[in-house]
Design a binder for this molecule. Structure first.
Ligand SMILES: [Fe+2]
Length: 294
């Protein structure tokens, strides 16, 4: 095995946990001085004041600088409903292309209607630098990233595989937390079950990196697990749970969940690849709250 092949098999993964939104941003690379991809960045947003901050994103900037990394990609696993993306800020600071799964157009169509967005808003994914299809590969220096479509939580969800590491987005959570909800527009528990089985058909030692952690009880925050651990212990989808059992559980559970605190601001911004809506005539950008529509 060549050294580049082994680097490909075991990429370096650095996770930064955002305690305000329970989100993990990852930087994946092949060592100091190499190219990197940033996955699922967070722009801090205070819903009480409508103010944004870049404290979380600046931790990514600091890590990239400390390791002399060159940002090739700023990746989203999906249009998040629980935090705003910092992709435009990171692109301005660090460079790189912003990419998401190509089914994002379906999500944009739904939310363009819900938010009655301006006619100029094109629900075709053109706000992103690159749209990625299932099975597509892209380079991060010596690393090769591979796109896995994993619909269910949203129709546009993708996972990113780099060697033995897979960034699963909102499909699986840690084994003691379970799986992502499927009740947002376009969500589908049956599709999520199939996506999860696809992830869990990877080799047993494959490292799986979660997009979120919601630790129960006093467990410390954790976001790395493995295919073997998920197959043995995931409380929702361990081996032996059938599709019908899963869909029944997921549907009942979703009916009890409140909407995420930031879903309305987050979705409006994230379907624009993290950009704010166009400024109005007074120079201020506004987010909309649809009444009795979601
Ligand atoms: Fe999500």
């Amino acid at each position: 095995m060549t050294s580049s092949a082994s680097a490909q098999r075991v990429p370096v993964v650095h996770g930064l946990f955002d305690g305000a939104t329970w989100t993990v941003t990852y930087v994946v690379h092949s060592g100091p001085g190499s190219a990197c991809a940033i996955i699922d960045s967070v722009l801090d947003y205070d819903p009480k004041s409508g103010r944004t901050r870049t404290t979380s994103a600046d931790k990514v900037v600091d890590y990239v600088a400390a390791n002399d990394l060159k940002v090739a990609w700023i990746l989203e696993t999906h249009a998040h409903a629980d935090h705003l993306s910092a992709a435009p800020y990171l692109k301005k600071r660090l460079g790189g292309q912003v990419a998401i799964g190509h089914q994002i157009a379906r999500v944009q169509q739904v939310f363009k209607g819900l938010f009655n967005l301006e006619p100029d808003f094109r629900p075709d994914g053109s706000q992103f630098d690159r749209l990625l299809a299932d099975g597509e590969e892209f380079k991060v220096g010596a690393l090769v990233g591979k796109v896995m479509a994993v619909p269910g939580h949203t129709p546009a969800c993708v996972a990113y595989q780099f060697g033995d590491a897979v960034f699963v987005g909102d499909t699986l959570f840690m084994p003691d937390v379970g799986t992502a909800r499927c009740d947002f527009p376009g969500g589908d528990a049956r599709a999520l079950y199939a996506s999860i089985r696809k992830l869990l058909s990877l080799p047993a030692q494959t490292r799986l990196f979660m997009c979120h952690d919601y630790p129960p009880n006093d467990r410390p925050v954790a976001f790395e697990t493995s295919v073997a651990a998920q197959r043995a212990d995931n409380i929702h989808v361990h081996d032996g749970v059938t599709e019908a059992q899963y869909v029944d559980m997921r549907t009942r559970r979703d009916a009890t969940l409140e909407m995420p605190v930031l879903i309305l601001p987050a979705v409006q911004v994230n379907i624009r690849a993290g950009e704010m809506p166009p400024k109005e005539s007074n120079g201020t950008a506004y987010l909309k709250i649809p009444i009795n529509a979601l």
